[in-house]
Write a new protein. Structure first.
Length: 609
C-alpha cells in the first residue's frame, strides 16, 4: 500500500540508509493494477512536454555556452563519466557571467535576503488584531524565518536566482524534511518540463535526473525499489554507484483513463481530496510498481519566471537580452588577443638561404642572416599598428557595458556607479534609487506572486501539519492571513512614495510656522496626521508591534481628555474655594460677612430670656 500523505524521502539521510537491509526476503511484490495505465500517461505526457520544450532547450544551450555552462544538461544520461570535463571553452570574456552573478545576488539580497525581514504576516486592511492575534502572527513569523535560516532554503534561492537571470526560468521543489523541516531541490535547465493551467500559472512539473543505486535506496527505501535496483544493492561494492535515470512528475490530481479496462474507465492515482499528485519511476524500465506515489493538498513547488508572454510555461530573462552582446564579446576578445599576439610575436618571413638555419624571435636569441646586396634575411611579414588597438578596446568596453545593463548591474550598484553630481541629500538619493528600481517593478511583482508567497504558504502548511504552530486564537478564526512583502527592493519602490510625503510635510511645517506668526489658521489642518504617520510607517515597514493600535490611541486620548477635564475642574473648584474664603473675610455690617449676607444667614444674637 502507498502512503499517500508521506514519503520515504522526507527521512532521507545516512540514518535512513543505515536502516536498509541487504535483501528483503519474502517481500510480496504484487503489481499495481493501475500502474500500466499511469505509466503510459506519464511517459506520453513527458514526451509531448519534451516536444513543446525543444525550442527553449536549444535556446538555453546558447545561454549556457556563454554565461552559465554548469547549470545546463543537453541530455540526461546515466553513467556518464565526463562530468568533470571543462564546460566553458567558449567563454573568453567572463563579463556576462560576472554580470549575471551581480544580478542574481542583487535579486536574492533585495527580495529574500537572510540578513533582514522580507515578509510580514497580517490580516485584512480593516481588521484590528488583538494581543493574542499579534502574538500568534509574531510567533508564526519567527518560526518561518527560523526554518528558512536552518534549512537549505537560502542556498536554493541563490541558485534559483542565477538560473532565473540566465535562462528566465527556475523551478524549486520544497519537501518536508525530518532533519531540517524543509528541503529544497533546484533542477537545472534541461532536466525539467513545465506546463500551465487555465489561470496561466505553472501547475505541472516533470523532470528527469540521474541517481546512483545508493541514492535511490536512500531516497525511496529498499522496499519501494524495483528488482534492478535491489539486485545492484545486494551485490554491493562499486555496483551501488551505478546510475539510473529517475523520472518525476507533479501535476493536478485529475482522473486518468484506463483504456485497458475499456472506455469510460478512469481512476485517480491518489485520493481525490489531494489537489496535486506526485509520481517517481525509473525512466525506460517497465517495473511492477512506481518508486513512489504521493498526494499534496498544496502545490509542492514554485517556479521563478523573470517575465512571461501569453500562455508560455517558460519565462524569458535578462540572459536572453544579453546573448548577442555575450557572443560578440567572445569574438572581439579573441580578435583582440590575436592583435596583441601579432603585435608582440608577428609572423616572420625569411630568405630561402635560411631554410636549414636556426631562427628565433625570442628575446636574447640570435638569428644569423645574410644581408648581401641589401636584401633582408629575416623580417616580419606585416606590421601591426599599435594605435589600431584603441578602437577595439573601446568597443569591447561598450559591449561589456551593454551586457551589464541587460543584467541590471547599474540598478543593483546604483550608488557605487552613480555618475554626475552626487546626490545632495537623502531625499534626492531616495528618488534616484526609486527611479532605478522602477525598471524591476514587474519582475518584483511576478516574484512575489509566483515564488515568495507560495513558498511561505507551503512552509507554513508543513509547520501546521507537524504541529509546530501555536493554536489559532479565537479572534483569527475565519480571518484570512495575508502576506505583506517588505523586501529591500519593495521598500525601495515605496521610498519613491514616501519621499514626496516628507517633502510635502516639510513644506507644510514651514507654512504653519509662518501662519502662526501671522495669526492665521495652520495649514496642517488639511492633513490627517494620525493617518499620515501610519501610512508612512507602513510604507517603510516599521514594526507593527512597536506601534499602538487605533483603539489604544483612542483610549489614551480619552484618558488624557479626562485628566485634562479633571484638572480644569480642580482648578475651578480651588478658585471657588479661594473666592469663598475671601468673601468670608469681608464684613458687611450687622455682624455678618459677605457670604452670610448672600446666603441670608448670620446676624447679631437675639435678646437673652
Amino acid at each position: 500500500m502507498y502512503r499517500f500523505s508521506e514519503a520515504a524521502y522526507e527521512n532521507a539521510g545516512p540514518s535512513l540508509l543505515a536502516m536498509q537491509p541487504v535483501t528483503l526476503p519474502g517481500l510480496d511484490d504484487k503489481p499495481d493494477p493501475n500502474w500500466g495505465a499511469l505509466y503510459e500517461h506519464l511517459q506520453s505526457r513527458m514526451a509531448m512536454l519534451r516536444t513543446w520544450r525543444w525550442t527553449w532547450w536549444a535556446h538555453w544551450a546558447r545561454l549556457a555556452e556563454f554565461i552559465l555552462p554548469y547549470r545546463y544538461k543537453w541530455l540526461v544520461t546515466a553513467n556518464s563519466m565526463t562530468r568533470g570535463s571543462p564546460l566553458n571553452q567558449s567563454i573568453v570574456d567572463e563579463t556576462p557571467t560576472l554580470a549575471m552573478r551581480v544580478c542574481a545576488s542583487g535579486m536574492l539580497d533585495g527580495l529574500m535576503g537572510r540578513s533582514r525581514p522580507w515578509f510580514k504576516l497580517g490580516g485584512p486592511p480593516d481588521w484590528q488584531a488583538d494581543a493574542q492575534a499579534l502574538a500568534w502572527l509574531d510567533d508564526t513569523e519567527q518560526k518561518l524565518y527560523q526554518v528558512f535560516a536552518e534549512s537549505n532554503f537560502y542556498g536554493a534561492m541563490a541558485q534559483m536566482f542565477e538560473d532565473e537571470a540566465t535562462f528566465g526560468t527556475s523551478p524549486v521543489v520544497i519537501y518536508e524534511d525530518f532533519e531540517e523541516v524543509i528541503r529544497c531541490y533546484v533542477p537545472c535547465a534541461g532536466e525539467y518540463y513545465l506546463a500551465t493551467g487555465g489561470r496561466l500559472s505553472v501547475d505541472t512539473l516533470y523532470r528527469e535526473f540521474t541517481y546512483t543505486v545508493s541514492q535511490i535506496v536512500d531516497f525511496f527505501g529498499l522496499k519501494s525499489c524495483p528488482d534492478e535496483v535491489r539486485k545492484a544493492w545486494q551485490e554491493g561494492g562499486g555496483t551501488i554507484e551505478r546510475e539510473f535515470v529517475v523520472a518525476h512528475s507533479i501535476e493536478p490530481n485529475f482522473e486518468i483513463a484506463n483504456r485497458r479496462k475499456g472506455p469510460g474507465n478512469g481512476f485517480r492515482p491518489v485520493p481525490s481530496h489531494f489537489t496535486f499528485r506526485e509520481t517517481y519511476w525509473l525512466k525506460g524500465i517497465k517495473t511492477a510498481r512506481p518508486l513512489s506515489v504521493r498526494g499534496f493538498t498544496e502545490r509542492p513547488f514554485v517556479v521563478a519566471r523573470w517575465s512571461v508572454t501569453a500562455n508560455d510555461a517558460y519565462g524569458r530573462g535578462p540572459g536572453m537580452d544579453a546573448l548577442p552582446g555575450s557572443a560578440q564579446l567572445q569574438v572581439e576578445q579573441m580578435r583582440k588577443g590575436e592583435f596583441i599576439d601579432k603585435l608582440v610575436r608577428p609572423p616572420m618571413g625569411a630568405s630561402p638561404k635560411m631554410k636549414q638555419e636556426p631562427s628565433s624571435i625570442i628575446a636574447g636569441q640570435v638569428t644569423y642572416t645574410s644581408t648581401e646586396n641589401g636584401e633582408k634575411g629575416f623580417w616580419p611579414l606585416f606590421q601591426v599598428q599599435p594605435q589600431a588597438l584603441g578602437p577595439m578596446v573601446e568597443d569591447v568596453k561598450e559591449v561589456q557595458e551593454r551586457v551589464d545593463r541587460c543584467f541590471f548591474v547599474p540598478v543593483f550598484q546604483a550608488i557605487t556607479r552613480m555618475e554626475g553630481v552626487e546626490p545632495r541629500n537623502e531625499l534626492e538619493l531616495s528618488l534616484r534609487q526609486g527611479e532605478a528600481i522602477q525598471q524591476l517593478g514587474p519582475v518584483i511583482d511576478l516574484h512575489e506572486g509566483e515564488v515568495a508567497s507560495p513558498a511561505i504558504k507551503r512552509v507554513a502548511g508543513i509547520l501546521m501539519k507537524r504541529g509546530m504552530l501555536l493554536p489559532l486564537p479565537p479572534s483569527m478564526r475565519g480571518v484570512p492571513v495575508q502576506i505583506k512583502h517588505i523586501s529591500m527592493l519593495r521598500l525601495a519602490q515605496r521610498a519613491a512614495a514616501t519621499a514626496p510625503m516628507e517633502q510635502t510635510l516639510a513644506f507644510a511645517g514651514r507654512l504653519a510656522e509662518g501662519a502662526q506668526a501671522a495669526g492665521l489658521p495652520s495649514p496642517l489642518r488639511n492633513f490627517n496626521l494620525d493617518k499620515t504617520v501610519r501610512t508612512y510607517a507602513e510604507d517603510l515597514a516599521y514594526p507593527a508591534g512597536d506601534m499602538r493600535s487605533t483603539d489604544e490611541v483612542a483610549q489614551m486620548d480619552q484618558a488624557a481628555a479626562q485628566e485634562k477635564q479633571a484638572a480644569q475642574t480642580m482648578v475651578a473648584g480651588q478658585a471657588a474655594v479661594n473666592a469663598a474664603q475671601g468673601l468670608s473675610q469681608v464684613n458687611v455690617g450687622g455682624g455678618r460677612n459677605a457670604v452670610q449676607a448672600l446666603l441670608g444667614t448670620g446676624g447679631p444674637p437675639g435678646p437673652t430670656q
